[in-house]
Design a protein around this ligand. Structure first.
Ligand code: BDR
Ligand code: CA
Length: 314
C-alpha cells in the first residue's frame, strides 16, 4: 500500500488554486485522489472550466473531477473579479480539457471517495468557499469521523481581505464555514496571517523562470496577472499565493506552525460578517479542542516545495 498522503482538493481556480493543484500533483508525497470545484472566485462553470484546463496543462490525468455547488448555502454568489479577472483565471491561455467531468455532483464525489477509502486516510483540502464541504458533512455525517483532517485555506486570526476582518472564502459562505468548524473532525485553518507571507517576489519569479518549461511559463503568467491585480486592488508589492500553503501544511506540517484554539465564524455582524474568531485567551481551549489556526510560515521551504513540484511536472 502506498504511503502517500491522500487528499481531495476542493477549489475555485483562481490563480493560487492553480498553484495549489500543481503542488498537490507534483509533490511525490501526495496522492491527489479527487478534485471538486465550487463557485467562488468566479461562477461554477468558469472555475470548473479553469480546473479542467489546469489539469491538461499540468498533466493531471486519472484524477476524478466533479463540479459542486453553484452558490453559497444562504447568500448570493459574489465573484472576485478584481483579483482573478473576468474568467477567474485571466492572464493565461488554457488548453482544451483532456479529461471528462465526473457525472456525480461534487458533494457526492467527496462523500463516495471518503466512504470508499480506509478510515483516517483522506485529508480534505478546501481552497474556496466551504459550501461543498458543509453539504457533504450534512448529507453524510459519517465522513467526519472517517477523514484524517480538514486543512483549509481561509479566515485569519488577525487579518481580513474581503473586509477589515473577514477573508474571501469564509465571507462568501460564512454559514458553511461555521458548519465545517463545528463538525467533529480535525480542522486546521490556514489563514491570511500566514498566506500573506507567501509572497511571489521577483526572486521567486526568477527561480520559476529558470525552470524553462511550458508549465513554468504558465505559472509565470498566473503570477504576473496576480501581481498587477494585487498591486492595483490591494496595495501589495508582491502577490500572496494563498492556496498552496494549505497543501504545504499537509505535505510537511512543520512548514506551517499552528495554535490549537476554538474558532467560530461571525454570521450576523454588519461590519464583521465572515470574521473567524479565534479564542486565544489562556485557559479557554478545552482539552478536546479540534481546531487549529496557522500562525507561522517557513516561507523558504514553502517556495522550495512549489518550485520542486513545477520542476517535477516536466
Ligand atoms: C482566497 O480567496 C481567493 O481569492 C483565493 O483563491 C484564496 O482561496 C484568499 O482570500
Ligand atoms: Ca481559492
Amino acid at each position: 500500500m502506498s504511503n502517500k498522503k491522500k487528499i481531495i482538493l476542493d477549489c475555485d481556480p483562481g490563480h493560487d488554486d492553480a498553484v495549489a493543484l500543481i503542488l498537490a500533483h507534483g509533490n511525490p508525497t501526495i496522492d491527489l485522489v479527487a478534485i471538486t470545484t465550487i463557485g467562488g472566485n468566479a461562477f461554477l462553470g468558469k472555475v470548473t472550466k479553469n480546473a479542467l484546463g489546469i489539469m491538461a496543462k499540468a498533466g493531471i490525468k486519472d484524477v476524478p473531477i466533479a463540479a459542486g455547488c453553484t452558490r453559497p448555502l444562504l447568500r448570493e454568489v459574489e465573484e472576485a473579479g478584481d483579483v482573478h479577472g473576468e474568467t477567474g483565471l485571466d492572464g493565461v491561455d488554457l488548453p482544451e480539457p483532456e479529461v471528462e467531468l465526473d457525472l456525480r455532483h461534487g458533494v457526492d464525489l467527496i462523500i463516495d471517495t471518503i466512504m470508499g477509502s480506509e478510515p483516517g486516510s483522506i485529508t480534505l483540502v478546501p481552497t474556496g468557499p466551504l459550501t461543498n464541504i458543509a453539504m457533504a458533512v450534512r448529507k453524510e455525517p459519517a465522513i467526519a469521523e472517517r477523514v484524517k483532517e480538514v486543512v483549509l485555506m481561509g479566515g485569519g486570526i488577525h487579518e481580513g481581505n474581503w473586509s477589515a476582518v473577514a477573508e474571501f472564502n469564509i465571507k462568501t459562505d460564512p454559514e458553511a464555514a461555521q458548519i465545517v468548524f463545528d463538525a467533529p473532525w480535525e480542522v486546521t485553518m490556514v489563514g491570511l496571517d500566514v498566506t500573506h507571507q507567501a509572497l511571489a517576489t521577483e526572486e521567486i519569479s526568477a527561480r520559476i523562470q529558470n525552470i524553462g518549461t511550458p508549465l513554468s511559463e504558465f505559472v509565470l503568467g498566473l503570477l504576473s496577472f496576480f501581481r498587477k491585480a494585487y498591486k492595483d486592488n490591494q496595495g501589495f508589492d508582491h502577490p500572496p499565493v494563498h492556496d498552496p500553503v494549505a497543501v504545504a501544511r499537509v505535505i510537511d506540517p512543520s512548514i506551517v506552525g499552528t495554535v490549537r484554539a476554538p474558532i467560530s465564524v461571525e454570521c450576523q455582524g454588519s461590519s464583521t460578517l465572515g470574521m473567524t474568531v479565534v479564542d486565544l485567551r489562556p485557559g479557554c481551549t478545552p482539552e478536546n479542542c479540534h481546531t487549529q489556526a496557522a500562525q507561522t510560515l517557513d516561507t523558504e521551504r514553502f517556495w522550495d516545495l512549489v518550485i520542486d513540484a513545477i520542476q517535477r511536472a516536466g
